[in-house]
Ligand binder design. Sequence first.
Ligand SMILES: C[S@@+](CC[C@H](N)C(=O)[O-])C[C@H]1O[C@@H](n2cnc3c(N)ncnc32)[C@H](O)[C@@H]1O
Length: 187
Amino acid sequence: MMHSDNWALKAKQLGYRSRAVFKLEEILKKTRTKRFKNVLDLGASPGAWSQFIVKKNSNANVYALDILDMEPIEGVSFFKKNIEQINNIPQILKLKGDFNLVISDIAPNLSGIKSVDNENIFDLNKLTVNIALNFLCKGGTLIMKTFQNSFLKTLRKDMELSFKIVQTYKPVASKKQSGEIYLYGVK
Ligand SMILES: C[S@@+](CC[C@H](N)C(=O)[O-])C[C@H]1O[C@@H](n2cnc3c(N)ncnc32)[C@H](O)[C@@H]1O
């Protein structure tokens, strides 16, 4: 098992902005996800996931959103917006139903009060699932970060109602103690 600092070093050596890239890489590989034409990256900053997608497919159209700034990446259209505002972005709206892949690595700011934080995560995850359902094409893929808490079962059950396939992944590059886990769904 690689130490977390080694993942960070490896990311840097490969020119990626964060070690998060290895989590996406592993999930895409395990799920044999290969369609990267129109991709929506939610909570994209600093940008390693977007970098990875354009590296895999230089023809990909990547649309990235974050409440924080992101340094430009060639081939990536970035919008400094909360995902709640997605319906106010005409460039993205025009591709509604045409996205092959929606990826979300969103982690909300934590208040430190567990019940409040868990509920915030749950709300953001439900919004993300809705966005995916609206923006993905039939057969399109959602990969979404969530956390192992009391809402996880409900979230997964909700996804099972509207996605053909639902799976859970804990990538090796994900810190064990972080409690983060990724949900994968095919619409
Ligand atoms: C773990 S980072 C993403 C790392 C990214 N996948 C990468 O590879 O570089 C999570 C991001 O989610 C963003 N975020 C949190 N809440 C958000 C929201 N409501 N709308 C958009 N972005 C959000 C944060 O600002 C943060 O930059």
